[in-house]
Design a protein around this ligand. Structure first.
Ligand SMILES: [Zn+2]
Ligand SMILES: [Zn+2]
Length: 309
């Protein structure tokens, strides 16, 4: 018997599901720290999940541990985008790569990054040659799968597949050049990641219509800044609270989480309070294992790491 009602109901239902699926992405802050070793804030790493795939931005210290705490084994991460080649953004890459290989990652690890990425990846292969040969010979792992595909990028679209578009844009982290921020577009959703940068006009352009902005922050007390020239140089290639206020006032993302929290002689609360005094939009201090759902609503949860031990 024909049941046109059910047929149409089915089509509408499927379209609705597809629409909802296409419009939802998730961000997990895996590492919100800096070169400073900290149990609270691991090295830079942000995971974006969109279109059924994981995209990892930077692979700082401890990234594999934080992934485990989020219930994600390292083999499931196949695509990594590097913002720049400072050690705090790459020092977890070897672990992610090798352990993902041991966990039998289906495809090769793909790493996009600035010039120098190819050399980094080739030298990692050399550094781990002994391990790769032991595991190939004794554990029967496939040597070919231990390759890394590196692609050095410039500004523009670096990835476009399955409804996900990822663009890189130049930021200002001089003398580190190039340094990239990334903009992830999925359906109508826009997520912008700053990487390491001082205030830069390209960020204003990219973050203007963003649903979520994940942005670095740095601050130091006046006293320390006056005394220490090196500290002044460090703060100069990061974003101060004053610059953050200006950026947020111009861009007004739906939600902003601060990461790469680099503070000297000032505390997080006072930095956040200073920003919030001048900017009324949603802005929070990011923390490791913060999960941000990006849909019609923006949701924030802390992942319960104990559930995955
Ligand atoms: Zn950094
Ligand atoms: Zn840096």
């Amino acid at each position: 018997m024909e049941r046109p009602f059910l047929k149409w109901f089915g089509i509408v239902f499927i379209l609705t599901i597809n629409h909802a699926y296409a419009e939802y992405a998730e961000i997990i802050l895996l590492g919100t720290g800096t070169p400073r070793p900290s149990i609270e804030r691991f090295g830079s790493a942000t995971l974006v999940s969109a279109g059924g795939k994981y995209f990892l931005f930077d692979a700082g210290r401890g990234v594999t541990i934080r992934l485990q705490q989020a219930g994600i084994t390292p083999d499931l991460v196949e695509t990594v985008f590097l913002t720049h080649l400072h050690s705090d953004h790459i020092s977890g890459l070897d672990d992610l790569w090798i352990t993902g290989w041991v966990w039998q990652r289906e495809s090769l690890l793909q790493v996009y990054g600035p010039s120098g990425t190819d050399q980094l990846v080739r030298n990692l292969r050399k550094a781990y040659a002994a391990d790769i040969s032991y595991r190939t010979e004794n554990a029967g792992l496939d040597d070919d799968k231990a390759q890394i595909n590196a692609q050095e990028i410039s500004e523009g679209v670096v990835y476009k597949q399955g409804g996900v578009t990822i663009r890189s844009f130049l930021v200002d982290h001089k003398p580190v050049t190039p340094a990239f921020g990334y903009r992830i577009e999925f359906g109508d959703r826009v997520i912008v990641l700053s990487g390491d940068t001082t205030y830069v006009e390209s960020m204003v352009e990219q973050a203007r219509d963003a649903d979520v902005l994940i942005h670095e922050i740095a601050a130091a007390s006046k006293k320390l800044l006056q005394r220490n020239k090196r500290l002044r140089q460090v703060v100069a290639y990061h974003t101060t609270p004053e610059q953050m206020i200006s950026l947020l006032q111009k861009t007004r993302p739906r939600f902003t989480a601060l990461n790469h929290v680099l503070l000297f002689g000032v505390d997080e609360q006072s930095v956040l309070a200073k920003i919030k005094a001048e900017y009324q939009g949603e802005v929070v201090m990011g923390y490791d294992l913060m999960k941000i759902g990006v849909g019609n609503k923006i949701t924030v949860n802390k992942i319960n790491a104990a559930a995955y031990e």
